[in-house]
Design a protein around this ligand. Structure first.
Ligand SMILES: [Zn+2]
Ligand SMILES: [Zn+2]
Length: 178
């Protein structure tokens, strides 16, 4: 699944705004070229899909060529990311509930939401495929919910980079169970 969840409350996280601001390497989030220090700001306050969290825009490195297409700014993109984040949150909540009657339904509901959100995001990115150029991964989605920050991109190099730079980043999915 091409995306990341950022858990709050971990080291290496800027939480000034009440949500996780991921650290980026300085390479373009779309084509992984050197962005030359240029950043585009992802405004999480714009559409209402972000759960009414207000805060400063999140700076992300974007090279000059990718400015028009690197970041998704549609409300549908926010909603897809939010649904995914909510689903993962449900799985996590269910996991920490321990053995109880509600655990199964909560985790199942969470898994359903996470799958739906990811599928929705993929559907949208598929819709954009015709304008996609080789080596580019346009329309990064970034979504914020209380206590949950998620980023969706099909740029595998970016995902790996963010995993390395952000100790609190992880791939979405149920917690590993033994
Ligand atoms: Zn670029
Ligand atoms: Zn690009």
């Amino acid at each position: 699944m091409p995306g990341l969840i950022f858990d709050p409350g971990s080291e290496g996280t800027d939480q000034r705004f009440g949500y996780v601001v991921p650290k980026f390497s300085g390479r373009c989030v779309c084509c992984s070229a050197d962005a030359g220090g240029h950043v585009e700001h992802y405004d999480i306050t714009a559409p209402s899909g972000a759960g009414h969290i207000r805060g400063a825009p999140v700076p992300m490195p974007v090279c000059q060529a990718c400015i028009p297409h690197a970041l998704d700014r549609t409300s549908a993109g926010y909603l897809a990311g939010s649904v995914l984040a909510l689903g993962v949150l449900g799985i996590a909540v269910g996991f920490f509930m321990g053995e109880s009657e509600a655990q199964g339904p909560v985790m199942a509901g969470g898994a359903l939401l996470a799958a739906g959100g990811a599928g929705w995001a993929l559907l949208q990115s598929a819709r954009e495929k015709r304008e996609k150029q080789p080596g580019h991964h346009p329309r990064l989605y970034f979504a914020v919910l209380p206590g949950m920050t998620s980023l969706i991109s099909d740029n595998a190099a970016l995902i790996d980079e963010l995993l390395a730079l952000n100790p609190n980043a992880r791939r979405p999915g149920p917690p590993a169970s033994g």
